[in-house]
Design a protein around this ligand. Structure first.
Ligand SMILES: [Zn+2]
Length: 125
């Protein structure tokens, strides 16, 4: 029997602080998302609809800005959720694409990551 496919698991004492960190991040991201949505001029129902051109432009830019930030936060939330799900099934630190261990240095910088550097680069091609 080959031991090649034996799953290397992250030790629990290392996983717990990561899990706590990710759960914290999740809460922070949700707060950030709320703030972004509130800052979006389009979400202000009392906004006047007969603005000057300048005011209109400001609102458009504010809305654009909020949308970009919101999309970024959404992606982060999804990523964190995925990482937490991988902790739950005991596959944290294992690349979801190729099944190899993710570099611990990469995990230290981006604990919410679920793919290794190699696969990440592949997906960006
Ligand atoms: Zn990979």
């Amino acid at each position: 029997m080959s031991k090649k496919n034996e799953v290397i698991k992250f030790p629990m004492n290392l996983i717990m602080p990561i899990k706590d960190f990710l759960e914290d991040e999740m809460v922070k991201m949700k707060v950030t998302k709320k703030k972004i949505n509130q800052a979006d001029p389009f979400s202000d129902e009392s906004r006047s609809l007969n603005n000057s051109v300048e005011e209109d432009l400001d609102e458009q830019l504010g809305h654009f800005d909020a949308q970009i930030k919101s999309r970024f936060v959404d992606r982060q939330i999804i990523q964190i959720r995925k990482a937490l799900a991988r902790i739950k099934i005991g596959k944290y630190g294992i690349c979801e694409e190729c099944g190899e261990m993710i570099d611990t240095e990469r995990l230290a910088i981006k604990p919410e990551t679920t793919v290794c550097v190699k696969c990440k680069k592949e997906s960006e091609k």
